[in-house]
Design a protein around this ligand. Sequence first.
Ligand code: SF4
Ligand code: SF4
Length: 178
Amino acid sequence: MVVKNFQLTLKHAIHGIEVTRLYPEVLMDLPAAERGIHQLDVRTCIGCGACVRICPNDCIEMVTYKYGNPLKNKKMKFPQIDYGRCMFCGLCVDDCPTECLTMTKDFQIAGWNRDDIILGPDDIAVGKYSDEEAAKLAEEARIAAEEKKKKKAAAAKAKKAKAEAAKKGDEGSGEKKE
Ligand code: SF4
Ligand code: SF4
């Protein structure tokens, strides 16, 4: 057995066949379906929290982040992931309705304490807006919310006026209720 192993080592050495890698300098090619650290498209995340609810290890928390799209994500809440708890099952990705949460091939996570491996929206974000763009979107969202509020108030007023008119109509027709 020892001789056989020695022969194998010699054969690999002669033919230049690599049997080990100089990790971390040399990384192996990972399969397309590799499930590593998440990536979040902050432009399309709607802050629904479906990823939080489906996670079996309770490792996602929704936190406030200002570089997303307030027209889509009204509360501006985005997922933050605790990689000390994550088991890379991918259920959060499968359940995301807008497909904004994906998994990358990056598997290298290390830190000196637990907080170092909790990654917030800024750590996993792609497509984040600049300060100017974020401010412009926030203003657009404010105007849209105001418009919505005005429309709602007008609709409620119209409904009330209609109900009052109907009531007056009943009274005017002299109908008596027993
Ligand atoms: S991959 Fe699995 S364990 Fe990790 S955050 Fe998503 S649902 Fe939770
Ligand atoms: S990542 Fe997807 S599932 Fe999670 S809050 Fe955003 S839209 Fe919802």
